[in-house]
Design a protein around this ligand. Structure first.
Ligand code: 5GP
Length: 198
């Protein structure tokens, strides 16, 4: 059985990753989700074990030292990491997994897994990005500024990714991601057992 794809979507905060990923997930209910560990405080509607595993910095670093966290990155003062075991188990079982990672996270995935597919999601413009971040209402002014500053740096990382998708329309962007996944599944390298069945 071929391994499940590890499809990682990165992009500036406010590029619309959550909405686009939710749409892709809706169309692919069989996809697995990697629930990350974070040292960030939970937002009002976030649920432990569903949105994130919320841990102290000490607990987080202990998990990393013990190999329970595959990769981690710092984002706006907090740590975010991918739990090792669930990701490996899902992929080995042939389950495709969608991940929402920072750029460094996607790059780490690409380095470690041949079944990774990295997608860079871009907002249509910086103005739109700023509108979206402020429109959320959940971030402080300082946090919005930090996320905007970060976004400008992040865009220069696009060449390291396998694909780039501009999110000016959620339906269209999710359809493009769907097309990428379909094409990746058809790659010869993921179907080397075809001759056995002939
Ligand atoms: P937020 O605080 O908005 O939930 O997430 C901030 C950023 O952390 C997002 O851009 C998301 O991609 C990233 N992130 C979430 N989980 C992980 C993870 O496990 N590893 C890495 N590298 N980044 C993550």
């Amino acid at each position: 059985m071929s391994k499940g794809l590890l499809i990682s979507v990165s992009g500036p905060s406010g590029a619309g990753k959550d909405t686009v990923l939710a749409k892709v997930k809706e169309k692919n209910p069989g996809f697995g989700t990697s629930v990350s560990v974070t040292t960030r405080a939970p937002r009002e509607n976030e649920v432990e074990g569903q949105d994130y595993f919320f841990r102290s910095k000490e607990e987080f670093m202990k998990m990393f030292k013990e190999g329970e966290i595959l990769e981690y990155d710092e984002f706006v003062g907090n740590l975010y990491g991918t739990p090792t075991i669930p990701l490996q188990e899902m992929s080995e079982a042939g389950t495709d997994v969608l991940l929402d990672l920072t750029i460094a996270g996607s790059m780490a995935l690409k380095e470690n897994f041949e079944q990774s597919v990295t997608i860079f999601l871009l907002p249509p413009s910086f103005q739109e990005l700023e509108n979206r971040l402020r429109g959320r209402g959940s971030e402080s002014e300082e946090n919005v500024e930090a996320r905007l500053q970060m976004a400008r740096q992040e865009v220069s990382s696009a060449p390291g990714f396998d694909y780039v998708v501009v999110n000016d329309d959620v339906e269209e962007a999710s359809a493009k991601i769907q097309a990428i996944i379909t094409a990746e599944k058809c790659r010869y390298i993921r179907n080397t057992d075809i001759e056995k069945d002939m």
